[in-house]
Design a protein around this ligand. Sequence first.
Ligand code: ZN
Ligand code: ZN
Length: 288
Amino acid sequence: MGMVNLLIALTLGLTSLISEAGGVRFSLVKTAETRPLDAFSLARSQESQGAVADHVAVLIEHHAATLLFDTSLGRQIDSQFANEMPWYNKPLLKGVEVAPVRDQLERHGVRVDRILLSHVHWHSASGLADFPEVPVWAPYEEIEFSQTGGAPAVLSGQFRHGVKWRPYDFLPRPFMGFEQSHDLFGDGSLVLVPLKGHTPGSVGLFVTLEDGRRFFFPGDIGGLPESAEESPKQRLIRSRMLDHDRAAARSTLARLQQLLSQESALTLVPAHDAIAHEKLGYYPNWTR
Ligand SMILES: [Zn+2]
Ligand SMILES: [Zn+2]
């Protein structure tokens, strides 16, 4: 091969590499929405704050892989609820129509290579059982919590099929004000950060598009305000149910608020925030 040909070949190779690396896109796959439980329920769940809790998984396409961030509610949510959910939380799904992520993706012939979890609570990870063949990435602490956590937040039926867990570590590489991070493909487009407190191994995901727009998916952290009409007893039960480590949860929330005040261009997409979700639209609409 002559020098010119070699140069052309190199240039072509480089061009195709760059276009292949061209950004990520994501889409919110909505599985259900739930409404507040009635006022007589003592242990109100997180969904009971505010009017409607939107349940979504995030489908992400990167040239290296197709990913899901959380699985949201799955095909087996009814049996998970029937078998394990305490009576006071069961009405949450009464009359609620669920559109499992796997059903929606199969209609479009989409195959998922990897699942990342914000945390293992049932709203985030009920649908794991629908993807038994797909590796599931989570920090060690969260994998452990999937075995020690219990109802109403964690239902063992979510994991009974035998999850292909892939534990990962965070590295001491600062990112967006967090001391540690995990850059999934080394290109800065998908970066995980630890958000301890809500659960032992909660994580958030930064998605940076090719044009520089940046989105942060914090899971259940800082998503829903306290309800004004909540009694002190209800509030106590709720906080016990929701945050595994309240001091860590408070400091994580403070860090998140600081980040949002510094980065006005950052779009926050909490796991159950219907208003934030509607702005982005739902699968098969893409944000790119
Ligand atoms: Zn949660
Ligand atoms: Zn949740």
